[in-house]
Design a protein around this ligand. Structure first.
Ligand code: GLU
Ligand code: ZN
Length: 292
């Protein structure tokens, strides 16, 4: 680590999935995590979460990088592609399986739904050798203190569930990849949208089971098209315009409760936004309806 990194231990990140171009909703997560990291004089890393090929849109990774550049959201170091990490994920799974910390499960979604929606550990002692792989969860996390949203609580059943870490189709689960990568990168605080606020409990369980230091969590309000529906490609969120970043940047700053900026180049706008950034101005609401 550079001397600067050593004296400034904050490490944040933005971790988009290449399932489409950046739209206003994902810009908020990018901008919020960027402003917080820079205001803490920390590092801001970029990770492309490309381990779900069926959901990936060709060209989306490169388009995301170009958009971040056009918006002046310059990251530190190399981009980490999750697709380059599959060996590490597989090794971890193998170790968990042989230590009895994970097991194969062949229950269908239907069976689990019929049993109340929470997995009851049915396959834990069956010694199966194929199927989905579940963590034997002995570090249930039912609540945590979010840096913005305050106390977050989930149902005890959900918290203690043996959740999936590798899917039956062979894809690594988001929860496993995200925790292994955040741990490897030394992320000290995760800033992202409230759609993942409850997943944080599962992720905290994994950090504990892996004996990795736990990051802080800071969840930003979600931009919603309708109550309960975040902006997404599915509800026709338009990609942000790389050729004219200023208006979207201003809107995103306003969305995050930050004071307006008066310059016009994205770099200068961001420098000003960093210098006047206040966490306390971000609305403590899990969702904000756009156009309301
Ligand atoms: N890749 C996830 C997404 O785009 C975000 C992961 C995270 O920030 O933990 O929704
Ligand atoms: Zn099962």
């Amino acid at each position: 680590m550079s001397p600067i990194a050593a004296s400034n231990p904050y490490i944040g990140r933005f971790a988009p999935s290449p399932s489409g171009a950046l739209h206003f909703g994902s810009l908020i997560a990018a901008l919020g995590s960027y402003l917080r990291a820079r205001a803490m004089q920390g590092h801001w890393l970029l990770r492309i979460e490309d381990i779900d090929p069926p959901r990936e849109v060709p060209g989306a990774s490169d388009a995301i990088l170009r958009t971040l550049e056009a918006f002046g959201l310059h990251w530190d170091g190399e981009v980490l592609y999750q697709s380059s990490r599959t060996e590490a994920y597989e090794e971890r799974i193998t170790r968990l399986l042989s230590a009895g910390e994970a097991y194969f499960c062949q229950c269908s979604r239907k069976q689990i739904q019929a049993a109340g929606g929470i997995y009851d550990g049915h396959c834990r002692e069956l010694g199966l050798t194929a199927g989905a792989i579940r963590i034997r969860n002995h570090a249930a996390v039912a609540s945590f203190e979010d840096k913005l949203m305050g106390l977050v609580q989930v149902e005890p059943g959900f918290a203690g569930e043996d959740f999936i870490i590798k899917r039956s189709d062979g894809l690594y689960a988001y929860q496993l990849a995200v925790v292994m990568d955040d741990a490897m990168s030394g992320i000290t605080e995760i800033v992202r949208g409230c759609d993942l606020i409850e997943a944080s409990c599962r992720q905290l369980s994994l950090f504990r089971q892996f004996g990795a230091p736990e990051p802080d969590f800071l969840h930003l309000p979600l931009a919603c098209a309708e109550p309960g529906f975040k902006l997404s490609k599915q509800n026709r969120a338009q990609p942000v315009d790389d050729d004219d970043p200023a208006p979207a940047l201003l809107r995103a700053l306003t969305f995050l409760g930050q004071a307006p900026v008066d310059s016009d180049s994205p770099e200068r706008m961001l420098a000003q936004a960093v210098s006047q950034f206040t966490l306390d101005s971000i609305p403590r609401q899990r969702e904000i309806l756009l156009g309301s």
